[in-house]
Design a protein around this ligand. Sequence first.
Ligand code: SF4
Ligand code: SF4
Length: 406
Amino acid sequence: MQTLLAEFIRSTPEGAEAAEILGKCVHCGFCTATCPTYQLLGDELDGPRGRIYLIKQVLEGAAPTQKTQLHLDRCLTCRNCETTCPSGVQYGRLLDIGRKVVEDRVPRPRAQRLMRTALKEGLTSPLFAPALKLGQMVRPLLPATLKRKVPAKQDAGAWPARTHARRMLLLAGCVQPAMAPNINAATARVFDALGVELVVPKAAGCCGAIRYHLNDHDGGLADARRNIDAWWPHIEAGCEAIVMNASGCGAQVREYGHLLRLDPAYAAKAKRVSEVTKDVAELLPALLAEKGLTARGDARVVFHPPCTLQHAQQIRGAVEALLASFGAEVLPFADSHLCCGSAGTYSIFQPELSMQLRDRKLASLQQPQPDEILSANIGCIAHLSTGTDTPVKHWIEWLDGRLRAG
Ligand code: SF4
Ligand code: SF4
């Protein structure tokens, strides 16, 4: 697809990147068939090929409108289309560029602007935890619909007291420690059992995905630089990996090298940080094999692979294999490639589409009648939990329980 960039973006790095990505698209439309929003809405402009056309037009100088913005807003950024595309079109990166250009040119209504700022600052703020605690205190008094949105208070269990010569870093995340503290504690316990101490540098915080995907690129990059500063002394001291147990954060940190490639002060560090960033499922097979740790038992589970795991990070089958090796019957279900509708802040800004996707996903997940639904990202876990009584948890919590039970 040949692109004649408009003057305003022609000589910029974003323009060069967008033109390169657009050049790979051959308009075949294979991606459209697997796009969740196209499946729901049936409009070409709510599928990847249509959105690619819209972005191309804007980058070539057409004035974007609120309608352009709406079609781009409706995209889940699930990147299912990237997995489907036979030409290697990096749709997610193109979308980031296109959305930012449209954001700068199409003013949003005041209420939307306020909501976006409140989420960007609220979810990543230290005040999120006390606010959630307050919600949990009044939870029993809330009506059922609201109650489901406030996760019940969770006991995290003990953080391992032992230290080990072998150390890795853990990104605690911004909302995860408050919403589901057991995920980080369970991760630390599993690694402790394998002879690895997980270190959580206090200065590290939100990975930047929330700000970046709400088109605050500067804010997202500031989050990235702060995390790199927090991790760098540990990496220089030989820390071999940064462990990610939220696939959304993992996908973002893996992009640091690309996002900061033009920053002379951070490019090399960011590249290194991205290289040593690993999902828990990538690290555990080798560690488990080294220690010869096993546990058996019966369990019927389904594993919902988050889009940020299977499409953004292209990690497929690793968790299912681990679960099976610890005695789980991992039940197959339909349409495992489709998004559950959580997608960061999507469930707040596009509630109708998000709920339709959640209900479809839950219908598929529950069809084989599992005892538990497992996943790998706090957003998916919280979102799916709002629509079912079947327990939904992170798979590392399941593995921690299995190891502790022996
Ligand atoms: S990222 Fe997901 S929702 Fe967006 S166009 Fe691609 S497949 Fe569709
Ligand atoms: S599948 Fe790839 S090449 Fe085909 S239309 Fe979609 S993005 Fe373009």
